[in-house]
Design a protein around this ligand. Structure first.
Ligand code: 5GP
Length: 331
């Protein structure tokens, strides 16, 4: 059998820094210290590890500890403390299979009950288990999403976002003499009400702008349909359009948010449910501009409602991107 590195150090075939030596042990500085004081106390007799000890070694091991004690005193580490350990076989991390004791000191050494780092194998199995969990979570989410009437689309749809120009708006702002309306319609915030049921909301003609509905006083020919046209607008344009009193106003937010407060005369068609509201939508007359608002921001939900309306030839549709958030602060 090949001699271990420590046998060769004892035989002076390999150099080392010797801290103590007698006929039974040698103490050398560790070549790769784990602490400011790291000395290896090595019995000279060839013993593989603790498991290889026998009764006859009792006195030798006692001697090792006395050497450790004396070295600790010599280094002045007794008061702060030190550790004497030996490793046996793989799980303990033994790398040199010749019995030796580590004397460690010079800094806090940490507690002995900390978990060792995981091996590559167990890390791999952890990753595998984690991966399985993620897949299971995604599958569950997909199932729940498919059962949910307010389904979230898997792929975010990119809507064409075109800002309305003055001209786009102007043609729907009938001059006062043509409409007989020069007084802005009072569009205030409705008090919280229960969200309309589908049937209630199914009649946008009566709920869209009952107080403001100008159909009696406004000549029909002031509205020019522009099927499929969807444009985004800001606060000023929105205010000017609702001031005409001739519009269908749709709140594309969730029924819960709508119930908490919404712009007067708005009906609630939640973006996520627009598809299921098609029967309601197609009953609505196409005699006015459609205004849709969201919470404010990208107005995905409003665009979704607009998309469905577009399919049925409605237009123009104006999306107020400042939405409820802006409206609330400015009104
Ligand atoms: P084990 O890992 O077996 O408990 O400890 C073996 C120790 O021997 C390690 O801390 C390692 O740094 C030290 N060691 C390995 N080879 C040499 C060497 O050639 N010279 C010295 N002085 N220490 C060594």
């Amino acid at each position: 059998m090949q001699p271990t590195i420590f046998e060769r150090i004892i035989a002076r075939e390999i150099p080392s820094t010797i801290e103590f030596e007698d006929d039974r042990v040698i103490a050398i500085r560790d070549i790769a210290p784990s602490a400011p004081v790291h000395v290896l106390i090595i019995p000279k007799r060839v013993i593989r590890n603790v498991d290889d000890l026998s009764e006859q070694d009792t006195e030798l091991i006692g001697h090792v500890f006395l050497v450790a004690r004396d070295l600790a005193r010599k280094y002045g580490v007794v008061d702060n403390g030190y550790r004497v350990v030996t490793n046996c076989n793989e799980h303990a991390g033994q790398t040199v299979f010749h019995l030796h004791f580590h004397l460690l000191a010079g800094e806090p050494l940490g507690r002995m009950n900390s978990r060792p780092p995981r091996s590559a194998g167990s890390t791999r199995s952890m990753l595998f288990e984690g991966g399985l969990l993620v897949i299971a979570a995604i599958a569950l989410a997909a199932v729940f999403n498919s059962m949910n009437p307010r389904q979230i689309p898997w792929v975010k749809k990119e809507y064409e976002r075109t800002q309305a120009t003055q001209n786009d708006i102007q043609k729907y702002l009938a001059p006062p003499e043509a409409t007989g309306q020069n007084k802005p319609v009072d569009v205030t915030v409705d008090q919280p009400t229960a969200a309309p049921t589908k049937t209630e909301a199914a009649a946008p003609t009566t709920t869209a702008a009952p107080a403001a509905s100008p159909s009696a006083e406004k000549p029909k020919n002031t509205f020019v349909a522009d099927p499929g046209k969807v444009l985004e607008i800001g606060y000023d344009a929105f205010v000017r359009l609702i001031s005409t009193g001739s519009f269908h106003l749709i709140d594309a937010r969730t029924p819960e948010k709508y119930s908490e407060g919404h712009i007067a005369n708005a009906i609630n068609i939640y973006g996520g449910e627009a598809q299921s509201r098609i029967p309601d939508i197609i009953q609505s007359p196409r005699d006015r501009v459609i205004l849709i608002y969201c919470d404010g921001g990208e107005c995905e939900l409003s665009h979704h409602v607009a998309d469905v309306l577009k399919q049925f030839g409605y237009g123009p549709i104006f999306i107020y991107t400042g939405g409820w958030a802006e409206w609330k602060t400015k009104h």
